[in-house]
Design a protein around this ligand. Structure first.
Ligand SMILES: Nc1ncnc2c1ncn2[C@@H]1O[C@H](COP(=O)(O)OP(=O)(O)OP(=O)(O)O)[C@@H](O)[C@H]1O
Ligand SMILES: [Mg+2]
Length: 365
């Protein structure tokens, strides 16, 4: 968060500097022309050398004030624009008031159903063009598609971060656009490849999954996530600060904390964006084991980055051009001529062109 802010202020600063430089450059050009005109008139004999020097000095004297005025005008324009943005942001309705009419989502089995979903971030550029599929309760489903096909978009829609332009998304038969955001968010946990941990203690980061959890529950979640052992080794244990000023955690440790958080939240639907970066085999094993525990009994949607993961799910969904291309078990899809069968063949090929193709799916063999 703070890194983002710094980045934004730096880029904003740069932008402002560029704009200033632009204004100063044009003023400099104008002054150069004025100096040129004064000299030219002297050459033409309108006045003598003394007058020319005097005029040049006057022009130089007036230069600074004019630069200051341009700076002030520039700053006040910026202030006006920023104030407008500020009030526009303050006028935005909060999420809860935006969906106050909505009922509460009641998840009984955890079935997720996309029906003819059409969505694009820009209306003219649809990403999903009528996508339908069902995630059966308690099963694992892998989403497969080239980079940019809309895998992350599907998860964004399921979390209610964006609303489809057409079609519907239902959880246990209830349209998610008709339920309150709070109950929708409570229904799913997300474990992303770059887990979002915030500055604070490890305890706070895990308890974020369910703020009213007891200490024993937080610890139990950490144990189930294979995180308790490494946390105990820190001098301050669960009170150890992480984040920019605190401890730096390894990729595998971060993932296990994110898994502990999701275990604690205990939501019936799980969205998993598998990490692309490979961990060493020991922490890989620990993360995998923790994930298995987390996925048990939940409806899981996995954005897989490993063929081995895809091979171990119940159902594979392949995407092409914003629509469902195929859906079936790994064994079924291995027999067809679809993307998955092709990926399997590529994996066996081990050629450099096969490796390139796999890369387009962001997959590792
Ligand atoms: N916030 C956004 N605003 C506008 N366009 C976006 C936004 N996020 C994604 N897109 C576009 O939507 C399309 C689908 O993106 P998405 O992130 O869902 O792909 P993906 O399948 O997750 O890809 P990857 O495998 O690279 O993560 C892309 O063409 C992308 O450029
Ligand atoms: Mg993505």
């Amino acid at each position: 968060m703070s890194a983002d802010n710094t980045y934004e202020s730096i880029t904003e600063g740069k932008l402002a500097k560029n704009q200033h430089e632009g204004a100063y450059n044009s003023l400099n050009v104008i002054f150069l022309a004025v100096y040129g005109y004064i000299c030219l008139e002297a050459v033409n004999g309108r006045y003598g050398l003394g007058t020319m020097v005097l005029l040049l000095q006057y022009a130089a004297l007036i230069r600074m004030p004019i630069f200051s005025i341009s700076f002030i005008v520039d700053q006040s324009q910026r202030a006006v624009a920023n104030t407008r943005d500020y009030f526009a942001a303050m006028d935005e309705a909060t999420e809860s008031s935006a969906t106050e009419h909505g009922g509460t989502l009641e998840v009984t089995r955890g079935q997720v159903k996309f029906t003819e979903v059409v969505f694009g971030y820009e209306v003219k550029q649809p990403v999903l063009r009528g996508l339908s599929f069902t995630l059966e309760p308690g099963t694992k489903t892998a989403l497969v598609g080239e980079s940019g096909e809309g895998k992350t978009t599907i998860t964004n829609l399921l979390l209610g971060l964006y609303v489809p332009q057409n079609g519907s998304i239902a959880i246990d038969g209830q349209d998610i656009s008709q339920v309150s955001r709070a109950s929708l968010r409570a229904a799913s946990s997300v474990v992303f490849q770059e887990p979002a941990l915030f500055s604070g203690t490890i305890y706070e980061n895990i308890a974020y999954g369910r703020p009213d959890a007891s200490k024993a529950e937080v610890e139990a979640a950490a144990r189930a996530a294979n995180a308790h052992e490494f946390i105990s080794k820190f001098e301050k244990g669960y009170k150890a600060e992480i984040g920019e000023r605190g401890l730096k955690l390894s990729g595998g440790q971060k993932q296990r904390i994110a898994i502990a958080r999701a275990l604690l939240k205990d939501a019936p639907i799980l969205i998993l964006d598998e990490a692309t970066s490979s961990l060493d085999s020991k922490s890989e094993h620990l993360v995998q084991e923790a994930l298995e525990r987390l996925m048990k009994g939940r409806t899981t949607l996995i954005i897989a980055h490993r063929l081995s993961t895809i091979q171990s799910v119940d159902t594979i969904i392949t995407l092409k051009n914003g629509r469902l291309e195929e859906q079936g078990s790994p064994d079924e899809l291995a027999q067809t001529s679809g993307i998955y069968a092709e990926l399997l063949r590529l994996q066996q090929g081990h050629t450099s062109s096969a490796a390139k193709r796999l890369k387009r799916y962001e997959l590792q063999a």
